[in-house]
Write a protein that binds this ligand. Sequence first.
Ligand SMILES: Cc1ncc(COP(=O)(O)O)c(C=O)c1O
Length: 382
Amino acid sequence: MNSKHPESITAQALGWVDEATRAITPPIHVSSTYIRDADNQYRSGRIYVRDNNPAFDQAEAVINTLEGGHQTLLFASGMAAATAVFQALQPGDHVLAPQVMYWSLRNWLMSFARGWGLDVELIDMTSPDALQRALRPGKTKLVWIESPANPLWTVTDIAASAQLAHDAGALLAVDSTVPTPVLSQPIALGADIVMHAATKYLNGHSDLVAGTLTARADNEHWQRVRKVRAQIGGTLGSFESWLLLRGLRTLHLRVRAACASAQRIAEHFHGHRHVAEVLYPGLPGCQGHEIAKRQMRGGFGGMLSIRVRGDGRGGEAAAIAVAANTALWKRATSLGGVESLIEHRASVEGAGTPAPPDLLRLSVGIEHVDDLIADLEQALAR
Ligand SMILES: Cc1ncc(COP(=O)(O)O)c(C=O)c1O
């Protein structure tokens, strides 16, 4: 266990120095294959890049240290990481996932995962009672949670969910993309697997797609996850691994800045005459605020949503117009970059979305918070 503060771990990427050159940033390894020893052995431990790329080593080690895990694996995207957790299960296994979660994974679960034979059930994951009722001891193999969850930022009690899942013989996996290890460490709260869309905060610059999984311990399921990555091949490229490591060095600065601004923005627009509701776990009245205070440290994340008042023309039209009229906030999907993004979420998610039609999702970047507030104010006033 590394005893340094997390900021020191990320800033220096664990302090590694390239042995060959004494460089303080790693080279980009691009070789796809490695020389076998003359006696037919592979003593380097490297055989072929799909399974084992030295470009992964530092980023995996940094994330693993931050999460306090047994092992971390990089994947080609957040979706490649998340789906590997389910692909490592067996047809017929029962799986519980939240009704409110990242929409693309929910769609995949309802189509491909079900088609492949997983018995997927969506429940209100914010209610430990609902989880308790839905668990089928011996049959439920995995509980998947996301906290705070897209796009309503509902909070799930990770420790309580872990306890209930374990009592029923199931694993608990947590999509921790939004809080990042800066604010929340699910493994310390009992989770078995932590997943990140590293596309978002871990990289932080909207210039790559990547995913990660961290396991609390080695077990049969994790061995299968490793095989899924190696055999299906959802592995990250060398340049993307290098970029991710560079982004990680400033993770704490970026997340703290985004959190502080998101809190200010949430408080500013709470009770605003053009805003029906602000959804943000940092607001005392919002769902899960007390749990978030316990399981998030130093902030409530950089993501929030606002519901725009229709004032006669309907909330949906008003929300779309507000997004169209912002200048500093960029109208785009995704989250966790240094630039602030605004999005009419129901348009993206389509049928079955839990996002009300008047909802705008805000990903707060690191611009000056006064400029962000002023831009939203003028867009709401138009
Ligand atoms: C919370 C969350 N999980 C998973 C994903 C999927 O990540 P990726 O786009 O890297 O596949 C996203 C992407 O938006 C996300 O927001």
